[in-house]
Design a protein around this ligand. Structure first.
Ligand SMILES: C[S@@+](CC[C@H](N)C(=O)[O-])C[C@H]1O[C@@H](n2cnc3c(N)ncnc32)[C@H](O)[C@@H]1O
Length: 251
């Protein structure tokens, strides 16, 4: 209803003020306990993560990067693998990946890329546009991962970005993606649920594409038969902090 009325961005702003107030004391304590920590911009934290907690940003980033590193090390045998975090946001995950990887972060948000570049050493950050291409040559990476990025794209975005990921992956390179595969009961409207049950991608737009409130839900059949049709699925579906992870390999 709020989406149809066009007031979702306003409600999200109000929510931000509430969330920021609620996390202020704990954030002050976190900064006191971690004097070397540069706090990311709170609005962009809320825009991406729906929270403004420094502790959560740091802790979940470390935990998620351990999962991603384990997948990379399981499925690749390069000594210094070239890894890309597409839709890296405020570098939550890529900053914690092992320094023995050659790390690149991409995002379409110029403020995020500017903050990352200024605050996260050892990682190259590059801006892209809402639609491809990425500013790199073919076969530039051994692995690309995208956490909660396809979950905010249109059907056209899905089609164009999976082809772009395939382009920038080296032969036999892997893509690791997190998707909305299991919507909680009652989350989708009846018509959306029917579409989902029929194996079709469900997209809720009406706001800026790529933002948190623009959402896409992915039936497993859609991932297997459409999105990953040109890849080999090597792992998944695996639960990952409320989303579902797949690892696929380029032929
Ligand atoms: C929900 S946040 C997740 C951020 C990060 N992957 C993480 O897990 O911490 C979604 C991110 O995708 C980025 N994004 C959305 N559409 C994009 C696009 N077409 N190209 C690059 N980044 C995009 C947003 O700017 C945002 O940083």
């Amino acid at each position: 209803m709020a989406r149809a009325a066009g007031i979702l961005p306003l409600l999200d702003r109000i929510r931000f003020m509430r969330v920021r107030r609620a996390s202020a004391a704990k954030n002050r304590a976190f900064l006191e306990g971690n004097p070397g920590f540069s706090p990311p911009p709170l609005w962009w934290m809320h825009d991406m993560y729906r929270h403004t907690s420094f502790d959560q940003y740091w802790r979940t980033g470390r935990e998620t990067s351990a999962v991603i590193a384990a997948k990379i090390d399981t499925h690749l045998d390069a000594v210094r693998p070239r890894i890309a975090d597409w839709g890296c946001g405020l570098g939550r995950v890529v900053r914690h990946l092992p320094a023995r990887y050659e790390r690149t972060g991409f995002d379409y948000n110029p403020q995020a890329i500017a903050w990352d570049t200024d605050h996260i050493p050892g990682v190259q950050f590059l801006k892209n546009d809402l639609l491809p291409p990425l500013p790199v040559e073919d076969a530039s990476f051994d692995a690309v991962y995208a956490l909660s990025v396809f979950t905010h794209l249109s059907a056209e975005g899905h089609k164009r970005w999976i082809a772009e990921i395939e382009r920038v992956l080296a032969p036999r390179g892997i893509f690791i993606g997190a998707f909305h595969v299991r919507p909680p009961a009652g989350q989708l409207l009846p018509a959306e649920q029917a579409q989902f049950d029929a194996g079709e991608l469900v997209v809720r737009g009406g706001v800026k594409e790529g933002s948190r409130t623009f959402t896409a839900h992915h039936p497993e059949a859609y991932l297997r038969d459409t999105l990953f049709k040109d890849f080999e699925i090597v792992e998944g579906p695996t639960a990952l902090f409320g989303q579902t992870l797949f690892v696929v390999r380029k032929h």
